[in-house]
Design a protein around this ligand. Structure first.
Ligand code: CTP
Length: 418
């Protein structure tokens, strides 16, 4: 007879302990949404606002949403030594929004309130999501502070570009709370001891499927959702990389801290990827560029013929971007990764065809999906084998696309030579 564990015997996974620091910027209201996402997905959240943050959103809001008392200073509940305990016991500290003042204090080790004390006592990963006006972000003092913090292993998320307080717009927005949440999840997934092994690295990721136009309204396209490429971009940012995401026709929010270049056609994708690749340490071609495009594009909408005949469409082959990047290697030592969606056929198994493709394309790694039956497209999960040009093969069991992305970056990081 098989023994079955009674419910009370099943080990409960402890809730990850998140410290949500909030400093004094108008984007403090967005941290309420971030807090909700954490609590609703089972995180134990302690909110530590600054006094200035409480000018924007009051303590009752933070207390009600987190289910815990809230204080900005070190003089409340002194017998529990909160200025040390909160940081020491956290699994991750995230500050959103992080103002220029908060970045400066963190960089210089100042500790004049509960949040800055917590930053000094934390031994867990720290994520700072700055939000401020463009001038303040670009100021050499702020940039020097950001550099110092990143060098120490802090994840400082690049602000988003868009509408700022008032009528002006530029770089300095807090990324969407849902995307800050996903980035912090990716940091937590890696665990406390995982190094920021992509810090200071420039990586390029392509995602989505290209469109090849027949006329102004019709195109040939494919089923790529962009989910895997976006997961790659998000996890690279969570590991400290400077990420350019070349996105072809994807309707997903920009991952936090990632600069997104939108393209439609394979030729536009090629130009954007080649431009970003010039200085990149790694390129991951997760996009599905169309292999063929119509040999001509009509300026006007193609009309139905009176006699009921269908127009014939001639196709020409598109350039193979992955093969071109692999051949030209814009930067010595850059790691190039391709994807292969294979079904296997009479000429060979999925892995036989993938090995041949790896050799043909000349890349360093090939992530092989078995797509018999359309298994991967649009799904939140993925499973793959990562083949290396050095003969390695890493099997990644079925799991989230974020989990596969982490293993791909492990393999990339292992291949950096400097
Ligand atoms: N790729 C590319 N440029 C293209 C087509 C594909 O860079 N014009 C890249 C994809 O981003 C992916 C890899 O090549 O990383 C494999 O794509 P796949 O469609 O499987 O390869 P093909 O060369 O088109 O091979 P097949 O004949 O099997 O379709």
């Amino acid at each position: 007879m098989t023994a079955r564990a009674r419910p009370e015997e099943v080990a409960q996974q402890p809730s990850p302990r998140v410290v949500l620091g909030v400093s004094g910027g108008i984007a403090a209201y967005k941290a309420c949404e971030l807090l909700r996402r954490f609590t609703e997905s089972g995180h134990d959240v302690t909110v530590v606002p600054t006094a200035a943050a409480l000018e924007f959103v009051g303590a009752p809001t933070w207390a009600a949403l987190s289910g815990k008392p809230v204080s900005a200073e070190v003089w409340t509940g002194v017998h529990e030594v909160p200025h040390v305990r909160i940081g020491q016991t956290a699994d991750v500290v995230v500050v959103a929004p992080a103002t220029a003042d908060l970045l400066a204090k963190a960089a210089h080790g100042l500790a004049d309130d509960l949040l800055t004390n917590t930053l000094l006592t934390a031994r867990c990963p720290v994520v700072l999501a700055p939000a401020m006006h463009t001038e303040m972000w670009e100021h050499p003092a702020t940039q020097a502070n950001v550099e110092t913090l990143r060098r120490r292993g802090v994840v400082v998320v690049e602000p988003a570009v868009g509408r700022l307080t008032g009528a002006d717009s530029g770089k300095g927005r807090l990324p969407e709370p849902a995307e800050v949440f996903e980035l912090v999840r990716a940091v937590l997934d890696r665990g406390a001891d995982a190094p920021q092994d992509l810090a200071g690295r420039k990586v390029v990721v392509s995602a989505g499927g290209t469109r090849e136009y027949l006329d102004p309204v019709r195109f040939l396209g494919n089923r790529s959702s962009g989910l895997q490429g976006y997961a790659l971009a998000r996890t690279a940012a969570a590991r400290g990389a400077h990420v350019t995401l070349v996105s072809a026709n994807v309707s997903l929010d920009a991952p936090a801290g990632v600069s997104v270049v939108h393209v439609e056609t394979t030729e536009e994708l090629r130009e954007a990827v080649l431009a970003a690749t010039a200085t990149a340490d790694a390129v991951v071609m997760a996009a599905a560029p169309a292999d063929f495009r119509p040999d001509s594009v009509s300026d006007a909408k193609i009309k139905k013929a009176e006699d009921g005949s269908a127009p014939s469409i001639g196709l020409v082959q598109n350039p193979d971007i992955l093969a071109e990047i692999s051949r030209d290697r814009a930067r010595d030592g850059a790691v190039v990764v391709g994807f292969a969606a294979e079904t296997g056929d009479v000429s060979g198994s999925v892995l036989d065809l993938a090995r041949a493709k790896l050799a043909r394309k000349g890349c360093d790694l090939l992530v092989v999906n078995d797509v018999s039956g359309g298994a991967v497209f649009g799904s939140a999960d993925n499973e793959a084998v990562i083949l290396g040009a050095d003969g390695s093969a890493v099997e990644v069991p079925r799991g989230t696309k974020a989990a596969l992305a982490q293993v791909i970056w492990d393999e990339v990081a292992r291949r950096f030579v400097d």
